[in-house]
Design a protein around this ligand. Sequence first.
Ligand SMILES: [Cu+2]
Length: 266
Amino acid sequence: MKKYIYTLSVVTLVFFFMSCTDKIETLVEENLVEVATGDNGEIAVEVQATTDLFVGFNSLKIEVTNLTDNTSINDATVTIMPMMHMMTMSHSCPVDNKTATLSEKGTYNFDVVFVMPSGDMGYWEVTFKVEVGGQIQEVIVPVTVVQPEETKLISFVSEFDQTTKYFVALIDPKSPQVGENDLEVSVYKKASMMDWPSVEGLSFELEPWMTSMDHGSPNNIAPVAIGNGHYKGKVNFTMTGDWEMRLTIKENSNVIGTPVFTTVFQ
Ligand SMILES: [Cu+2]
């Protein structure tokens, strides 16, 4: 009997470590790190991403666990609501998809554009509503948002109507190289503190420029709409060093802004 219990506990231990290793392997395979967690005593939410959360376009992968039996909740509909709480007011930020069901990889995926860093100005919380069979549970997860070394989000007030505030997120290139790079941006406007819709129907001009040597490059493709407020093109860097990606953005053929993203690479 004693031997039986011993074998049983060894087997349990092995399975326990196997499932842990499985999880770590999945994280490593996709280059993900755990960036935040929270629970409400009954369910837990774990937020994974490829880097620390930053001001710009973040792809979040969420795992939801039932704390009573430590199993994954895979049949939920999850809704996300990020909020930044500041001294005198609170505001949200753009989210590409406010609800998600389980992806093929076993996570709930959200694309969120944080518009300010955490710090003296305020702090971020993300509220997840997890719905299973008509039952809704809420989990609030505090997150830290950092300002990246190279700016990935530029906001401007429309040069045309002098009122509308736009936000342009640089999604690609993530690690620029000599030659052709995918260039992808997404654009949003601030309709209210809580409403940050994506902006469709824009047209772009693109001029890469190397300021230190005062030249541009040939064979670029200005971003065009691919849906959901995302725009994709190609940027050609002919050498290593410092580059500007100078964009001109037009809405109904009126120039609304000219954001410039800069990058330095070896
Ligand atoms: Cu803020």
